[in-house]
Design a protein around this ligand. Structure first.
Ligand code: HEM
Length: 298
């Protein structure tokens, strides 16, 4: 956590000093840093992850042009992980090192190392980038909440949870029904495929009330959304995603008095991901705050 907070403080100060910046560029650099430094991938993996990780999500289908374009990109990503990442190139003591240790101890098969590596590295890239940039987009349009965050009256985690409730970075995943069932009057037979829509569940007025479409961080039960999944296969990286988001939002609020849009954002295109490809922002620097937030220096 101190490592994440100090990286957040360094990048926040640097990007704010540029005046206008692209929040997607900032957050991508930040999240990729963690893939390399915390997860222990070699530095050569950084451009691979930035350029190719989203293709893994296009591979969830449907079988459209985007899916077909993504297939060779996702295959190249797996080849990269299988050839360039090895026992010798991962950092000792890192998550990826732990995978090789598990294979050496016989706890997992050697063939499982690369798919597991991919599950952790790609699952944690564009999802987290979209979640944090969604939070920044909403804060830029709701100055009141930015002020509350800055004053310590609103927690960064609540801002992030509300942003991913409204703009679920993974819009949905497929499931296969194991038995006949009925949901809301619709009959589903065993073996049928269904679409679990995390995105629409976050905007369901039966759950979130008449302000379901409104950004209201800090609402009661605001973390009880499905954007991070649910049940035994819920997001394994939830705590890391929250730590990354909270640290960066806190650092930006620490150094900047005002967060504003600085141009039209552009949507990213993906079969199941939802987020921004570019998000121009301006943060007015707080000239009195030239040192990092106290928790970033520990
Ligand atoms: C805002 C950021 C993130 C979002 C929105 C997100 C979303 C999700 C969702 C919806 C699932 C459930 C999939 C299902 O039900 O089939 C999931 C699973 C998973 N996530 Fe995340 N995730 C995020 C960040 C991360 C990070 C940072 C990591 C890794 C460091 C990660 C690793 C995983 C893994 C390994 C699984 C599979 C768990 C299993 O099948 O048991 N995720 N994530």
């Amino acid at each position: 956590m101190p490592e994440i907070r100090s990286r957040a403080a360094r990048l926040a100060a640097e990007y704010i000093s540029r005046g206008t910046f692209d929040a997607v560029e900032l957050v991508t650099e930040y999240v990729a840093d963690h893939a390399v430094n915390l997860m222990g991938l070699p530095e050569s993996a950084r451009p691979e992850l930035v350029a190719r990780a989203a293709a893994m999500f296009d591979m969830f289908g449907p079988d459209n042009a985007r899916y077909r374009e993504a297939a060779p990109i996702a295959a190249a990503m797996m080849t990269f992980l299988g050839t360039e990442v090895s026992r010798d190139t991962v950092r000792s003591g890192s998550w990826m090192h732990a995978l090789y240790q598990a294979a050496d101890a016989g706890d997992i098969a050697e063939d499982d190392v690369v798919p597991l590596m991919s599950a952790y590295t790609t699952a944690g890239m564009d999802t987290t980038i979209h979640g944090i940039t969604a939070a920044l987009h909403h804060l830029a349009h709701h100055h009141r909440y930015y002020k509350e965050l800055r004053a310590g009256r609103l927690g960064a985690a609540a801002v992030f949870e509300e942003a991913i409730r409204l703009d679920a970075p993974i819009q949905g995943f497929g499931r296969r029904a194991r038995r006949d069932t009925r949901i809301d009057g619709t009959r589903i037979r065993a073996g049928e495929r269904v679409w679990l829509s995390f995105g629409s569940s976050g905007r369901d007025p039966r759950r979130w009330g008449s302000f379901a479409d409104t950004f209201r961080p800090g609402r009661t039960g605001g973390d009880l959304h499905l954007a991070l999944g649910f049940g035994p296969h819920a997001c394994a990286g939830r705590h890391l995603a929250l730590a990354q988001a909270s640290s960066l939002l806190d650092a930006l609020a620490h150094y900047g008095t005002r967060l504003e849009p600085a141009g039209d954002p552009v949507r990213a295109r993906n079969n199941i991901l939802h987020g921004w490809a570019t998000l121009p922002l301006t943060i007015t620097p707080d000239r009195r705050r030239t040192t990092p937030p106290s928790s970033s220096t520990t």
